[in-house]
Ligand binder design. Structure first.
Ligand code: ZN
Ligand code: ZN
Length: 177
């Protein structure tokens, strides 16, 4: 098992490398960049100025090697689905593909000064959360758990960068199966 990382117009390589290192430690697996070509125009909504995240997941599944790896896309564009006005990220439950956007994790869009440390912590939380779903972890009621579902950034910031005790044991059980 490995995790493929797909940057989609995400140009801060150093930031991505730091994320990859953290994910490697948490999921105890290798993380590799997957250079695949996706024409983002095809999933872009002109009227919403957002990218369709469900469409992205299907692109990953079509274009990534067919093995048992997980696939995590990272994009700078705001994401939507036909039923949700925006989302931080989306994942295939107990599947392979996940994606998240850095867009709503930037303090600048809330009229605050940029905060790099906060941004990277949020990206890590979201990456863990979406990958957690691909491993079969559900949303967790524990507000501090990284698997807690958050709609707003204030709620999001309340959770930690780790699985709670319960989610940790569920995750270990899935992994060791
Ligand atoms: Zn979730
Ligand atoms: Zn939990």
């Amino acid at each position: 098992m490995q995790i493929y990382l797909i940057p989609l117009d995400f140009e801060n390589e150093e930031m991505l490398d730091r994320l990859a290192i953290s994910l490697k430690q948490i999921f105890k697996t290798s993380i590799n960049y997957l250079p695949i070509e996706i024409n983002l125009q095809n999933g872009w909504s002109q009227e919403r100025s957002q990218l369709n995240s469900t469409w992205l997941l299907s692109q990953f599944l079509q274009k990534a090697p067919r093995d048992n790896s997980k696939i995590l896309g990272v994009t700078v564009y705001d994401l939507f689905t036909p039923i949700l006005t925006f989302l931080f990220g989306e994942a295939e439950f107990k599947g392979r593909a996940a994606v998240f956007s850095t867009y709503r994790f930037q303090d600048e869009i809330y009229g605050l000064p940029a905060n790099q440390e906060k941004l990277e912590s949020r990206l890590l939380k979201e990456a863990i959360h979406e990958l957690g779903h691909t491993f079969g972890l559900h949303h967790c009621r524990n507000f501090n758990c990284v698997m807690h579902s958050s709609t707003y950034i204030e709620e999001f910031d309340f959770k930690s960068e780790t699985f709670c005790e319960n989610c940790t044991s569920v995750f270990e059980a899935i992994r060791n199966k």
